[in-house]
Design a protein around this ligand. Structure first.
Ligand code: 3AM
Length: 639
């Protein structure tokens, strides 16, 4: 991945490309270090093959302009749009996390409350975009990034364009991804905000069931199914889904636009009603970040080495610059003044906090790399609900420095109102404590075991919410304590398919796991090769868990077993096929050795590589095809 020619380069005199993150349809995304603001950013660069296509460049620019207008905690913030030599690029907020697609793939399916919480977050992003007359048109899990704290951020306004009325999306250029696009997009018809609501419905369906509602062998088949058929009832796939949740999904994915939610806000409000105020902050995703964290550590080390060399060069450059500065002092001062005034150091825009609870305001500020001033102001208000933000300082949309503390004024019950105990049940302990303390109460922690309430959350409180109280009263909060179960060590299931049974046994043992059931099955793969495993490779499991394997017993032939000698001379070699980065999510791999098909199977792109054992007594001419395309054509020597 890091072998990209841009890695190590500095773009626009400011952004040092650290590593390639991935690539989408039109552009490649890099992690870069901004040397002016000393932070990581994501840099999206138009692909080489597309940069001379004026239509694509125009679309790329439209994306940046559209997205730059949006500022919302659930939208990837666009910081800057630039051009350097032949490079067109967009500088965005770097989201340290994974895509929602990866998350769904890892999980299979999500609990209904988490799925609804995620859908509400995406819905809030859409609501903000729609309020700015921007339709995303390509809402899909791959375009939703999940930060470490579980906050979702919608990215890639790839085919978004400003619209104040319904817009005709025609031709392939305007199409989103076929599984998620609305029927009207599939027909090349009019699209509007409700097309995004449809796509969000599909994403919610997938989160709840692990399946997309319309599938088919190819894009045309999927589009036809979408236009003509009703989706499978999601409660048949997952009976745990509450009826109300299923209704929300079905309304969002109505074929007719007028039957869908008329606004993202309406869908969010139904979702919020169904989940209450639960904000699922995912702790389980932490382990999924482990690999990324390791990569990041390596990157940091590489980066430190490069920085040493660069610092030396920079010192020399600095000396030269001083001379130039002395001569051109006046001019340089002018430039510096200009760059300061145009916001050089003041690049962080203050989000709107009005009507938020303290917890929401704090999370929103954190996402915007700002801080909440611990000193909270109070004011009585008739318009704003008690405990919610009435005003803030500095105000919405002002530019401030990173980590600037923002002071909020919360609505108090009003001068004459009696003081009541606030409701802190179901809150995280820290949030409950803060809520009590800011209202002048003392908080006493009592730990208690609970089978239903998550660790660290308040089970109950005494006195109860709503009871009369006086400033300085103590409120006991009973917080769910951690179960005293021994810490479970985690392990990652190794990939054992393609290996011999004994190799597989060693790999499984080396990963701290145990071999479970061993089945044999007739298969075209070489006898003794592992052809399937559960759980699949890269799954995170408890140490000591079992991995079941299926071992090939070759193909049974009706003819009597041939004489022993030729078999004894057979030798094995492993051919590793790498699935390219730009491949589809699933690929079909076929391998032919000496004219005989020895492998013919569909694989997930996430497998990365596929090992095929070739068995022959003499040199073998081997061809491998990925989705029908020849990718390997060589002779394997068995000397
Ligand atoms: O190729 P994968 O799926 O791993 O998550 C996005 C995707 O990763 C990532 O770049 C790839 C191509 O879209 N990506 C996009 N925008 C990003 C951002 N702002 C980002 N990663 C971090 N921060």
């Amino acid at each position: 991945m890091n072998s990209d020619y841009l890695v190590g380069k500095v773009i626009g005199n400011r952004y040092e490309i650290v590593e390639k993150i991935g690539s989408g349809g039109m552009a490649t995304v890099y992690k870069a270090k901004c040397h002016v603001l000393n932070r990581y950013v994501a840099l999206k660069v138009l692909k080489d093959s597309l940069k001379f296509d004026p239509e694509v460049v125009k679309k790329f620019n439209t994306e940046s302009r559209a997205a730059a207008r949006l500022s919302h905690p659930n939208i990837v913030q666009v910081y800057d749009v630039g051009e350097s030599g032949e490079l067109d690029y967009i500088v965005m907020e770097f989201v340290d996390g994974i895509t929602l697609k990866e998350y769904i793939q890892n999980k299979g399916r999500l609990s209904w409350s988490k799925a609804c919480d995620f859908a509400a977050q995406i819905g809030r992003a859409l609501d903000c975009a729609h309020a700015n007359n921007i339709v995303h048109r390509d809402i899909k899990p791959h375009n939703v990034l999940m930060a470490r704290d579980g906050m979702l951020k919608v990215a890639d306004f790839g085919i978004a364009q400003a619209t104040s009325s319904e817009t005709l999306v025609a031709g392939s250029g305007g199409m989103g991804s076929v599984h998620y696009i609305s029927p009207e997009q599939a027909r090349g018809g009019f699209t509007n905000e409700r097309s995004d609501i449809y796509s969000l419905g599909v994403v919610l369906y997938e989160m709840l069931t692990g399946e997309v509602p319309f599938d088919g062998a190819n894009p045309v088949a999927i589009a036809i199914t979408k236009l003509e058929q009703d989706p499978k009832d999601l409660r048949i796939i997952n009976p745990e889904i509450p009826d109300r949740v299923a209704e929300i999904v079905m309304k969002a994915i109505s074929k007719e636009q007028h039957l869908r939610y008329q606004s993202a806000a309406a869908m969010v409000s139904d979702l919020e009603a169904v989940i209450g105020t639960v904000h699922a902050v995912s702790e389980e995703i932490e382990d999924r970040f482990e690999t990324k964290r390791i990569n990041e550590q390596q990157t940091k080390e590489e980066y430190a080495m490069r920085r040493n060399t660069r610092n030396k060069k920079r010192q020399q450059i600095k000396r030269n610059r001083l001379i130039v500065l002395a001569v051109l002092a006046a001019l340089v001062i002018g430039i510096l003044t200009f760059s300061f005034m145009s916001g050089g150091a003041q690049e962080y825009q203050v989000p709107d906090l009005t009507n938020m609870t303290l917890e929401e305001a704090e999370a929103t500020l954190e996402a915007a790399e700002l801080r909440l001033n611990e000193k909270i102001e109070y004011e009585p208000s008739d318009e704003v609900e008690e405990g919610r933000v009435i005003k803030q300082n500095p105000g919405f949309n002002q530019y401030v420095k990173k980590n600037r503390k923002i002071t909020v004024t919360l609505s108090s019950a009003g001068e004459g109102a009696d003081l009541k105990i606030p409701d802190v049940e179901n809150l995280k302990y820290e949030d409950a404590k803060k809520r009590l303390e800011v209202q002048g109460f003392k908080c006493e922690l009592v730990e208690e075991f609970s089978e239903t309430i998550q660790y660290g959350y308040v089970i109950r409180q005494s006195p109860k919410a709503g009871e009369d109280a006086e400033k300085g009263d103590t409120v006991k909060v009973y917080v769910s304590a951690e179960e005293e179960t021994p810490e479970v060590e985690q392990a990652v299931v190794p990939k054992v398919t393609g290996h011999t049974e004994s190799e597989a046994r060693s790999l499984i043992a080396a990963a701290g796991l145990m071999v479970g059931e061993v089945e044999t099955q007739e298969s075209e793969s070489v006898e003794g090769t592992v052809i399937a495993q559960t759980p699949s490779a890269k799954t995170g499991v408890e140490k000591g868990s079992k991995v079941n394997i299926v071992v090939s017993r070759g193909m049974s032939t009706p003819t009597p077993t041939p004489p022993q000698t030729p078999v004894a001379e057979m030798k094995r070699k492993t051919l590793t096929i790498t699935i390219p980065d730009d491949a589809n999510e699933t690929v079909h791999i076929k391998v032919v050795a000496n004219g005989k098909t020895i492998h013919d199977k569909t694989h997930a792109k996430s497998e990365g590589t596929v090992d095929i054992v070739v068995q022959s007594s003499k040199d073998a001419s081997v061809q491998a095809y990925i989705d029908g395309k020849l990718v390997v054509d060589r002779v394997i020597s068995f000397d």
